[in-house]
Design a protein around this ligand. Structure first.
Ligand SMILES: [Zn+2]
Length: 121
């Protein structure tokens, strides 16, 4: 990680992902203290759970960081070709091979055609 090159927005994002990772690590630590006699299979189960969450956090980080999530100017309305207006962010569920991730995506709306899109889809 190169902190010196990042903008302020980027370093805020880095902090958010670091906080999520830190939380996961703390839970692992707490679990270890609560289960000093854990069997191998129990540890294995715990690691698989953590691995899933870790993957989901990473996926969210990558998805939310994409520039296409908030294009400026807004995308063209598929009906009337006019520029669509930004209507704020909405939580969307993204399913991938990693698992299920909830991410904030920009929502664009055409008041004439009453259509909304989440670019790039
Ligand atoms: Zn339209």
């Amino acid at each position: 990680m190169n902190r010196a090159k990042g903008t302020e927005a980027e370093s805020e994002k880095e902090t958010a992902i670091e906080a999520a990772m830190g939380e996961i690590l703390n839970e692992v630590q707490a679990w270890k203290e609560q289960h000093p006699q854990a069997r191998f299979s129990e540890m294995e189960e715990q690691v698989l759970k953590v691995r899933k969450r870790f993957g989901e956090e990473m996926m969210r980080e990558l998805l939310e960081g994409r520039a296409e999530a908030h294009p400026v100017p807004g995308p063209q309305c598929p009906e009337c070709r006019k520029e669509m207006h930004y209507k704020g962010e909405k939580k969307r569920r993204v399913v991938s091979s990693i698992g299920e991730t909830r991410v904030n995506r920009g929502n664009y709306y055409c008041s004439k055609c009453r259509r909304s899109v989440f670019p790039p889809g």
